[in-house]
Design a protein around this ligand. Structure first.
Ligand SMILES: C[S@@+](CC[C@H](N)C(=O)[O-])C[C@H]1O[C@@H](n2cnc3c(N)ncnc32)[C@H](O)[C@@H]1O
Length: 399
């Protein structure tokens, strides 16, 4: 049960939820726009309204069951404030309702029956805040001590050697360690993808879908500021702050470049020359439901199929850059087989020069010991690993 929710916050939450339930834009953008428009709301009230609307999106099917199908935003918020999703009789719900997933997604939910519901439950929890310590600037223990001195408690990550998990929700954006590039916000699972690439000093690396460059920065630091990380993306906007962030992180080896698409002619100069290529592919993002619960309601099987076609095309183009003996990592923040195993298996069937190398032993060589699995792939989820949901395949070009 939540603490009493003042009427004025209830009204704001209902109005905002009404907008969110149109699913026209990503939820976080709609929330930010709403708060800009209602600037009189103080930071604590914003946090409460934000928690409430995200809570409604996380538990939408259970709330609809409690408030009645067709219930409007007002009634859904009332059901949320009463904690209805926690107290209702689960046996009256279908498994998809219990899991708070649309039927199509529950039908494809890629975990065995014994753990499927527990994994769905873990995806409904808010995500923690993880940091990556920049090894060029500081050691993890020293950062932890400096944060503790400022009243910010952290624990060392369970898996990734540079990860710190922040306890609670302190304001960190303007902290000196953030400003001087000693720490970056990066989910621990995302850090493991960077490690799976296994970049070494002096190598040529391509981060094909670099986005804002979180992994480019990590890889550049793991290479101790040597070699080169070519950071490509079709979105110049997303890449726009990477040069500045790299400078702040003490990195001179990260080179951002906006490309037209995966077939951009300028890529041909790197064909067959790159030691390691990371494809952090555009995907459904269903592995990030803890942060973006709207994604489960905003997409259907058609979107997954569209994504899979783009992913296959990007993987094929990126593979052309890998030199013989080089490594290609294909990753998504989605657990769905259509975007993961199916893409990789179709690629390998058409490209016999590439072989899947088991991911867990590759990480174990770096001292990162994840729970055993029969899969040759890295599959992470919030229930088993306490990270966002990720998939990654490590491919080696044999010839
Ligand atoms: C999952 S995000 C990458 C996140 C990023 N690697 C990070 O760690 O922050 C996928 C990225 O792929 C980019 N993208 C989409 N289509 C692309 C294409 N055809 N070629 C290269 N990048 C593409 C998107 O703009 C988006 O930034």
């Amino acid at each position: 049960m939540n603490s009493p929710f003042p009427a004025v916050l209830h009204q704001h939450t209902a109005r905002l939820l009404e907008q969110l339930l149109r699913f026209e834009h990503p939820a976080d953008a709609t929330v930010q726009q709403y708060f800009r428009k209602h600037s009189a709301l103080g930071s604590r009230d914003r946090a409460r309204v934000g928690d409430a609307v995200f809570g409604c999106l996380r538990h939408l099917r259970r709330l609809r069951h409690a408030a009645g199908e067709g219930a409007g935003a007002e009634a859904l918020v009332a059901a949320w404030a009463a904690g209805a999703w926690q107290t209702q009789d689960a046996t009256a719900l279908t498994p998809a309702e219990q899991a708070d997933l649309p039927d199509w997604l529950w039908a494809r939910w890629p975990w065995p029956a014994e753990t499927a519901m527990a994994v769905a439950e873990a995806f409904k929890q808010p995500a923690p805040l993880d940091l990556r310590v920049n090894i060029l600037k500081a050691k993890r223990e020293a950062v932890q001590a400096a944060l503790a001195a400022a009243g910010i408690e952290t624990v060392a990550g369970r898996w990734a050697p540079q990860a710190l998990r922040v306890i609670g929700k302190p304001a960190l954006q303007r902290h000196a360690l953030m400003v001087d590039g000693s720490i970056e916000v990066q989910d621990e699972g995302s850090q493991l993808l960077g490690h799976l690439l296994g970049a070494r000093r002096g190598e040529q690396i391509v981060d094909f879908c670099a986005g804002a460059g979180g992994k480019s920065l990590q890889i550049g630091a793991l290479m101790r500021n040597s070699g080169r990380v070519h950071a490509f993306d079709v979105s110049a906007g997303r890449l726009s702050e990477l040069a500045q962030r790299a400078k702040r992180a003490g990195l001179a080896n990260v080179q951002p470049m906006a490309i037209r698409d995966e077939l951009d002619a300028r890529l041909s100069r790197l064909a067959g020359k790159v030691d390691r290529v990371l494809v952090d592919a555009p995907c459904s993002g269903l592995g990030t439901l803890r942060r973006n619960p709207d994604l489960k309601w905003r997409q259907g099987p058609e979107q997954l199929a569209d994504k899979a076609a783009l992913q296959a095309s990007i993987l094929m183009a990126a593979a052309r850059l890998v030199k013989p003996g080089g490594v290609l990592v294909y990753a998504t923040c989605s657990p769905m087989a259509e975007e993961n195993e199916a893409v990789v298996e179709a690629f390998v069937a058409e490209h016999p020069a590439f072989a899947v190398e088991p991911a867990l032993p590759a990480l174990a060589k770096q001292g990162i010991d994840l729970p055993q699995s029969d899969s040759p792939y890295l599959r992470l989820d919030p229930f088993h690993h306490d990270t966002d949901g990720f998939f990654a395949a490590r491919l080696v070009r044999c010839a």
